[in-house]
Design a protein around this ligand. Structure first.
Ligand SMILES: CC(C)(COP(=O)(O)OP(=O)(O)OC[C@H]1O[C@@H](n2cnc3c(N)ncnc32)[C@H](O)[C@@H]1OP(=O)(O)O)[C@@H](O)C(=O)NCCC(=O)NCCS
Length: 188
């Protein structure tokens, strides 16, 4: 049986091994990583998939601004263990993450990823047409989803990281542990 639950600090080593397997050396070079490095993930929005006590999937959301004065979230990295793929675990993780984000009052989610995969959850490149990322990216892979209708209307400019900073001196792999609670922007 697959369980999707909030990530715990004890999950971090297994999560990191899974991400190394899924993305290898390209991992830290990604432009999306520039919006995550040195920050905590968004409060209550890190998830893992567990099967028979083993961590087989991960999905996290990060606080960003989609242009000036427009709080949003960044989804990723999403990964499932190679031997556990094509059984719906990725979909379960993405749906849970989006559902919880909406419940917490977040209004929009951006990501860099494959449109043929993320289109099924409603993500589209049309939503990010006037936005840009702090590094090289392919526009057809830069996708957005509104959790509240109209949340990305007129969104333009540079996407910036807004997540709480990890205190200097803590190792980078600790990002994703639960930070002190932070207020949710535009909570309904
Ligand atoms: C993408 C990923 C998370 C999907 O996990 P999963 O548990 O296999 O996903 P699901 O079972 O919900 O969906 C599988 C379906 O998505 C399709 N799919 C997987 N990756 C895809 C991609 N990049 N583009 C299009 N379709 C894709 C599969 O072919 C499969 O199709 P089917 O339902 O017709 O058989 C997993 O393949 C993975 O970890 N890949 C490596 C890391 C990665 O690319 N992450 C996404 C970018 S952040």
């Amino acid at each position: 049986m697959i369980t999707i639950r909030h990530e715990r600090s004890t999950d971090i080593p297994a999560r990191e091994r899974l991400l190394d397997t899924a993305f290898g050396v390209t991992r830290s070079a990604k432009t999306a990583e520039r919006l995550r490095e040195g920050r905590f993930a968004a409060d209550e929005l890190s998830f893992v998939a567990i099967e028979n006590g083993r961590l087989v999937g991960t999905a996290r959301l990060w606080n960003i601004a989609a242009g000036l004065g427009r709080p949003a979230l960044l989804l990723g990295p999403v990964a499932v263990a190679p031997d556990a793929r094509r059984r719906g675990i990725g979909s379960m993780l993405v749906k849970r993450a989006l559902g919880e984000a909406k419940r917490l009052g977040h209004r929009a989610v951006l990501l860099v990823g494959d449109a043929p995969y993320y289109g099924r959850f409603g993500f589209s490149a049309a939503m990010t047409a006037a936005l840009r990322l702090p590094g090289p990216f392919q526009h057809e892979r830069f996708l957005g989803l509104e959790l509240a209708p109209g949340a990305l209307d007129g969104a333009r400019g540079l996407v910036r990281a807004t997540g709480q900073r990890v205190p200097k001196g803590l190792p980078a792999f600790l990002t994703g542990i639960l930070p002190p609670r932070q207020p949710v922007p535009h909570a309904a």
